[in-house]
Design a protein. Structure first.
Length: 468
């Protein structure tokens, strides 16, 4: 196991968009909290020098998160820069020189996956990989074969314990809070199973489109971009069994078991959509069949969940931006007329605000007899201004060698196994109007009573209407 704290952070792609929007703000926050005091070495082929990279970092922080003068000055004191072609051995000779006596460096590949093999081999040949760990950005392949190939490239130089595959969604506190909800509360275990849960919906909605990322997005689509990684991580947290220990491998063992219990998605259980106007976006093919919306149904063939349908939905240009889980209960076997009852439910909002809500029945105001109304018991809070950003959390974990927030080789390959067959079937793509909940065909993979559509915070806490 690679457990030594990293004594240098090298990030390839230092002049890129990800570094500008996410990495520099995360690095400053780590410095501010005292979580980073090792050299930070940027590597890129831009014809720049260190002063230009420092100027880029300052501009990044002024536009994305705010510049903290004290932390920024310390970060600039840690920052180094190597400019050169990733194919050229002299680039890595210069990197080895900048590493000096570092014996446990962390190499962060914030670059396209097509460059992984080149960089990994150069790291090995230049002795920069000795005692090191490697952090790689998603997308981790575009199908099972490419993911396996990338794994082989990484494992040819690094042990699995030294490979940290970033899914920044695992750095989001609300996503990890699902484990606290599941395993730190006695009452949850009593109902979190097939005996009481009727169905589970997971919705990741974005009210914006591709935001100038058309060329990238058109080669990816909703299933590859967020379903097989982000939303499968949410699904795993919801459906996993309690780990026997809290070490990273014990937790990840249980997540892999969830995916192993899921059969490949069938064409009948998937609907793909594309918002009207997508093909006019810059960088998008005029006849593109890339989905900007996907809805699917799957089942987990485990003792806990056998027979419970899980519905997953993700899309762009939808009415709201939020990620929400909606677990519906069976109706109680009561003498109260069934038409007077609505199913109880648990509603977990993961963002932008964090909410845990229980839907239940109670007597209506001024009720006579058993006149009922549906309502919610809600606990909600907005993120604290000082709360760690997802990238700060995952980079900090990688620096100390904590693998808990990272996808393991077998997990990545199981996720692709589930979605790959249907991706190759060229399923139809249906048009939908922006600011709607996808194409009408989505009813084919909807819960019997229809999808629960998340609402804005001001709407969702309004009293529910009387049920009977």
């Amino acid at each position: 196991m690679t457990t030594c704290p990293a004594d240098a952070l090298i990030f390839f792609g230092a002049t890129g968009d990800l570094a500008y929007k996410k990495i520099f703000p995360a690095l400053q926050a780590m410095v501010k909290r005292g979580h980073l005091d090792a050299p930070v070495i940027g590597v890129a082929k831009a014809g720049w020098n260190l002063d230009q990279l420092r100027a880029r970092a300052k501009d990044s922080l002024e536009k994305h998160g705010g510049l903290d003068p004290e932390a920024f000055e310390k970060l600039m004191g840690l920052l180094r820069y190597v400019d050169g072609d990733y194919q050229a051995p002299e680039t890595f000779v210069a990197l080895r020189k900048e590493l000096k006596d570092a014996h446990c460096p962390a190499h962060y590949l914030a670059i396209p996956p097509v460059l992984f093999e080149t960089v990994v081999k150069q790291l090995a040949q230049s002795n920069c990989a000795n005692g090191a760990r490697v952090i790689v950005e998603k997308p981790f392949g575009h199908d099972l074969a490419s993911a396996q190939e990338l794994n082989q490239v990484l494992l040819s130089v690094f042990d699995e314990s030294a490979i940290f595959r970033i899914d920044h969604y695992l750095g989001k506190r609300p996503v990890n809070n699902l484990l606290a909800f599941r395993f730190a509360n006695t009452f949850v275990e009593a109902f979190w199973n097939r005996t009481y849960i009727k169905s589970v919906e997971i919705t990741m909605a974005e009210e914006f489109g591709v935001q100038g990322r058309g060329a990238f997005y058109d080669n990816v689509g909703a299933i590859r971009d967020v379903v097989q990684n982000h939303l499968f991580q949410v699904l795993s947290n919801l459906a996993m069994e309690p780990p026997v220990r809290l070490d990273s491998d014990s937790v990840r063992d249980e997540k892999v078991k969830v995916l192993k219990a899921i059969s490949p998605i069938e064409e009948a259980n998937l609907v793909r959509g594309q918002f009207r106007g997508y093909c006019k976006e810059p960088g998008v093919a005029k006849n593109s069949q890339t989905e900007t919306f996907a809805a699917l149904k799957l089942e987990i063939s485990s003792w806990r969940w056998k027979g419970v349908p899980f519905y997953i939905r993700a899309g762009k240009s939808l009415p709201i931006t939020c990620t929400e889980i909606f677990a519906k209960f069976h109706k109680p076997p009561t003498a109260i007329p069934d038409r007077a009852l609505r199913e109880n439910y648990v509603r977990l909002r993961l963002g932008p605000e964090v909410t845990i809500a229980m839907g239940m029945m109670s007597l209506a105001a001024d009720a006579e007899g058993m006149s009922l109304r549906a309502g919610e018991m809600v606990a909600s809070h907005s993120p604290h201004p000082d709360e760690m950003d997802a990238y700060e959390r995952v980079l900090g974990a990688a620096m100390v060698g904590d693998s808990s927030l990272f996808a393991r080789e077998d997990y990545v390959e199981e996720a692709w196994r589930i979605v790959e067959p249907v991706l190759k079937q060229n399923t139809p793509v249906y048009q939908y109007e922006p600011n709607t909940w996808g194409p009408g065909e989505v009813d084919r993979v909807s819960p019997p009573e229809g999808w629960h559509n998340p609402e804005s915070a001001t709407e969702e806490f309004a009293p529910a209407e009387q049920a009977a």
